[in-house]
Design a protein around this ligand. Structure first.
Ligand code: GYE
Length: 350
């Protein structure tokens, strides 16, 4: 609907340009000014590039922010996929980890009459009103990465992302096997968790998943948010180290917070990683995590794949051709322990 209007406007603008003689050289007559209802669609008469511009699918992406390596890879994935050569115009908004900014971005996408809205919601709650507005405007909303918690699931088309609960379970499963292999299965183990942004699906799922697999011999000493950033992760770890002198394991709910925690541990004169005193468990498995494992600082990173651009594009293409998509689509993810890092790093895409 929207694109047809745009195409009519563009063809009228083109015709006006041609009639004033300022346009690019073309042999086409001014007949392009014909009303849209006429048989020959305006774009057939326009030069190839103009025709292509008429057909672009306009996508507004309400991104969380730029808080982590994962997020940077995710943004890159969208910016590479949603290009004119693939038939898209991308309107990208970085909300700096603030829900209010994402709500503003969505309202602006609605005003601009985009064809699709893609939302990576910073937290799960508080979306009912603005998604209702998008629905009333007839703009499909595709959720990517994190989930929303809304009363009416017809407010979004579908969701694609990682299985965060499973990631948390996998992290605990790895720890259990690791401790057993070390002959420490019966030892009292003290754990602290650096949580992601409270209320974000990645935080909620990873915290829940890990908690559900806690062994009887493990104690969760403390959990605090590090907002998914390296600096906050470091700050929180510094305070944990002051408070507790017997930390065996750090669970960082993303790699960047783990990097901050490692810095804090070293600054406190302690050691971590496979040869050190404190076990570091992390999530995302970005390239820098592999480097950290190779350097001997991190024990394991549970993968979370950020390359959602092509996945969302495929969803849009399916919807464009009248097809249907699954409501919930999980991406396959693995677990990467330090001993495999050197062999794997070369094949990592992010
Ligand atoms: O783990 C973290 C990022 O929602 C899965 O957000 C994403 C998380 C990812 O900031 O690094």
């Amino acid at each position: 609907m929207k694109r047809k209007v745009l195409s009519v406007l563009l063809s009228a603008a083109l015709a006006a340009t041609l009639m004033t003689g300022c346009g690019q050289a073309t042999s086409e007559p001014a007949a392009e000014a014909a009303p849209a209802e006429e048989a020959a669609p305006a774009e057939e008469a326009a030069p190839a590039e103009e025709a292509a511009a008429d057909e672009l699918i306009v996508v507004g992406y309400a991104q969380v922010g730029a808080e982590s390596d994962w997020r940077t890879a995710n943004t890159e994935s969208f910016k590479t996929e949603f290009v004119e050569a693939n038939g898209y115009k991308l309107i990208f908004d970085d909300a700096q980890q603030k829900q209010e900014n994402q709500i503003k971005a969505i309202r602006s996408f609605i005003q601009q009459e985009v064809d699709y809205i893609v939302l990576a919601p910073v937290v799960e709650t508080g979306w009912d009103t603005v998604l209702q507005e998008a629905k009333e405007a007839g703009i499909p909303v595709i959720l990517s990465d994190r989930m929303v918690d809304v009363a009416d699931d017809s407010l979004y088309e579908c969701w694609v992302g990682g299985n965060f609960v499973k990631e948390g379970e996998d992290a605990a499963g790895w720890l259990s096997e690791y401790l057993t292999a070390q002959g420490r299965a019966d030892e009292e183990i003290n754990i602290v968790t650096l949580q992601g942004t409270i209320g974000a699906s990645a935080q909620v799922g990873r915290t829940e998943g890990f908690a559900s697999k806690m062994a009887d011999t493990w104690t969760m000493l403390d959990m605090q948010t590090g907002e998914f950033t390296q600096s906050k992760g470091q700050e929180v770890m510094e305070s944990f180290l002051k408070q507790y002198d017997d930390i065996d394991v750090v669970v960082a709910e993303n790699d960047n917070m783990a990097f901050g925690a490692i810095d804090a541990i070293k600054a406190a004169g302690k050691t971590c990683g496979p040869e050190g005193d404190i076990i570091i468990i992390s999530f995302d498995a970005v390239k820098a995590a592999f480097e950290s494992m190779i350097a001997g600082d991190m024990n394991v990173s549970v993968e979370c794949n950020p390359l959602h651009g092509p996945r969302v594009s495929e969803i849009i293409q399916t919807l464009e051709s009248g097809g249907t998509v699954d409501k919930v689509m999980y991406v396959d993810e693995g677990v990467f322990p330090a001993e495999t890092a050197a062999d794997t790093i070369g094949s990592r895409a992010y």
